[in-house]
Design a protein around this ligand. Sequence first.
Ligand code: MN
Length: 239
Amino acid sequence: MLNRREIIQTATVGTVALGLPTLFATPQAAAAEVAGFTLPPLPYACDALEPHLDARTMEIHHDKHHAGYVANLNKALAGHSDWLKLTPIQVISKLAELPEGIRTAVRNNGGGHANHSLFWTIMSKKGGEPRGDLKKAIDDSFGSFGAFQKEFGTAALKQFGSGWAWLVPGKEKPLTVVATANQDNPVMTGAAAPILGIDVWEHAYYLKYQNKRADYIAAWFQVINWDQVAANYHAAKKG
Ligand code: MN
């Protein structure tokens, strides 16, 4: 049994030991407990998609542009720790709930983070064409793979200025093509999360293709990771 004096000593030592991190904690350190969003690494080397997408473009696009969206999203949501725990898609699905003062910054940079996080994963050197359920969904929705490519490619080409074209699970058809401006994403207007998307900002192609967006789109079709798109499709169907 401890006597009263020993209990007080033990308690004091315990308090001091436990108290140390608190003593040195600053408000910044406390905020840092919610880590915020991080830049996902490219799932392949920068030159993996050559010659279709050049290494220098991939490097700048990922390391500078995408990194910038992540940094600015964290800046915009600093102090909103509940939001920092969400996925980027969850964040941009409920922009209306954000304070107006940061809504545009989160829309642009949260969109940028969500869109590019998908973009890297749906490309691969392997290329090819969709198979199985996804092929059937594309055929049912567009008539054929060729008809899909035409509709998707046209949406990407005709998007005025910066933006994206997407393949999105739909209600009336299994899949639909949607284009959005800037870093907007179909989930911002209540649609399902896209399973495939092409970035048609000039930063995605200008070094190699300059003003020839159609050539970039044609090249990009050679590096679609259809296995990942199929996985995204199956995940969307499960809800
Ligand atoms: Mn981009």
